[in-house]
Write a new protein. Structure first.
Length: 148
């Protein structure tokens, strides 16, 4: 799988979850495509893949059973997102042109995924977490990662 295939999949996933295959970093061809990129891009793509998985896990919540089933997935994602966010501390700072290029290339897709995640969070909250006591706690833990 080439990175040119991964990015469009990441951009489309929030629009049609039932029709889009979830792209994960556990897929060997995805790992190979990411490994060919500079380390800073690898981290960005990995983060986008984690956000896509978060979106997909939330989109699958439609009743109490699926809400409870999502909790272990969300807890695993929580840990992966925490480690991912910490991994940036090891990278050298980017130059202004690199930052601008990355923002132009990745920010639209990241914003789109984040908007889709926010929509799912609103839907789940409006449904009062489908009666799950564990789902709100799992979502709060993930939200805390994004806090400075």
């Amino acid at each position: 799988m080439k990175i040119s295939t991964i990015l469009p999949a990441l951009m489309l996933a929030p629009l049609c979850p039932a029709q889009t295959q979830v792209v994960t970093t556990e897929n060997e061809s995805v790992q190979q495509a990411i490994a060919q990129l500079p380390e800073s891009q690898q981290r960005i793509i990995t983060g986008m893949l984690l956000l896509q998985q978060l979106y997909q896990s939330m989109a699958e919540v439609t009743d109490n059973d699926t809400a409870e089933a999502a909790v272990p997935k969300l807890m695993k994602l929580n840990e992966e997102l925490r480690l991912w966010s910490q991994s940036f501390a090891n990278l050298p700072p980017l130059s202004e042109p690199e930052v601008a290029a990355y923002e132009e290339r990745f920010l639209p897709a990241i914003r789109r995924i984040n908007q889709a995640i926010e929509a799912q969070a609103g839907r789940i909250a409006a449904a009062e977490y489908y009666g799950s006591r564990n789902l709100p706690a799992a979502l709060v833990r993930i939200a805390q990662i994004a806090q400075p």
